[in-house]
Write a protein that binds this ligand. Structure first.
Ligand SMILES: [Fe+2]
Length: 262
C-alpha cells in the first residue's frame, strides 16, 4: 500500500514515538541527577514545579559584592601581623630553580591530557601594590613537576623536543585580573641525600610597569614543608577537597599575587 508522501507509515510513527519517549526518559533522568547535584548545600538552581524550567532556589540571596578591591582590600586594611607579609606588601619571591623553560604555550591546563595525579584547580588575582587594583593582561608562566616529581627537562640524556612543553603553560589574567588553571598536585622530588622538596608550583609573573616576580606556591600540610630550605610561609596555601558532578575528588586553592611597582 502506498502512503501519501506527506504522511507517515504507522510503524514509522510508533517507532518515532518510542524513540521520543526514550529521549524524554533520558532527559528526566539527567534532570533528576542535575537537580540532586545542584540543590545541594552549594547549589542555587532548582527546578520549577512543572519540571521544565530552572529557577533560583527560594532561599538564595544576591551574591555578596566583594567591592572594587576584592580580597585585597582586606589585605590592605588588616593590621599587619608578624611574618604575614602577604597582607601588607608585594608577594614574596622565591628561587627560579633549574627547570624553567621560556616560551610555553598559552593554555589553562598545565598537564597533558589524562595526566596521572590528583586534579588541582588553582585560581587567584594579580594585583598592583601601588594602585590596589587588579592587573588585567598580566602574564603568568607556570611550571611544575609531574606526579612522580619529574620535570620535562630534568633528564639531560633525554632533553625535551623544543616545541613540546609538558607541565608548563602561560596564562593571561582576564579583565578583572583573574587567572585560573587546571593541573595535578605536583610530586615531591629529591635534591640531595635525604633532602626532598615539598610539592610546589613555580610562577614567573610579568605586567608592564611592575617588577617581574619569580616565586613558588606551596601547600599546607605537606610533610616536606618543615625541612625545606626555600619555602616561605606567605607562599603556602590551604587546599579544599571538592567533589565533581561525576563524583571525582579534586583539590582547589586560591593564590593571589601582588606585584611591586617597577
Ligand atoms: Fe621545582
Amino acid at each position: 500500500m502506498a502512503w501519501p508522501c506527506l504522511s507517515e507509515h504507522p510503524h514509522g510513527v510508533e517507532k518515532r514515538r518510542t524513540e521520543s519517549r526514550r529521549a524524554d526518559n533520558r532527559m528526566k533522568h539527567e534532570v533528576n541527577r542535575r537537580r540532586f547535584l545542584l540543590t545541594g548545600s552549594f547549589g542555587l538552581a532548582a527546578l520549577g514545579v512543572s519540571g521544565g524550567s530552572w529557577t533560583l532556589r527560594a532561599d538564595a540571596g544576591p551574591t555578596v559584592a566583594s567591592g572594587e578591591l576584592g580580597d585585597y582590600a582586606a589585605y590592605l586594611d588588616a593590621k599587619p601581623t608578624p611574618g604575614d607579609k602577604r597582607k601588607t606588601g608585594p608577594t614574596e619571591d622565591n628561587i627560579l630553580g633549574p627547570f624553567y623553560r621560556a616560551g610555553a604555550p598559552y593554555r589553562a591546563k598545565i598537564t597533558p591530557p589524562l595526566a596521572e595525579g590528583t586534579v588541582l584547580l588553582v585560581r587567584g588575582r594579580v594585583w598592583g601594590h601601588d594602585t590596589r587594583k587588579p592587573l588585567p593582561g598580566a602574564v603568568l608562566d607556570i611550571w611544575q613537576a609531574n606526579a612522580h616529581g619529574r620535570y620535562d627537562n630534568d633528564d639531560r640524556n633525554h632533553p625535551p623536543t623544543e616545541s613540546v612543553f609538558q607541565y608548563r603553560a602561560r596564562l593571561l589574567t582576564d579583565e578583572n585580573g583573574f587567572y585560573e588553571f587546571e593541573t595535578i598536585h605536583p610530586g615531591r622530588y629529591q635534591i640531595g641525600r635525604n633532602v626532598w622538596r615539598p610539592s610546589h608550583i613555580h610562577y614567573l609573573v610579568r605586567s608592564p610597569g611592575y617588577r617581574q616576580l619569580v616565586t613558588q606556591l606551596y601547600f599546607k600540610d605537606d610533610p616536606m614543608n618543615e625541612k625545606d630550605d626555600f619555602i616561605k610561609d606567605s607562599l603556602v596555601i590551604e587546599l579544599s577537597q571538592r567533589k565533581s558532578m561525576t563524583g571525582m575528588m579534586y583539590e582547589e586553592g586560591t593564590f593571589d599575587i601582588v606585584l611591586a611597582k617597577d
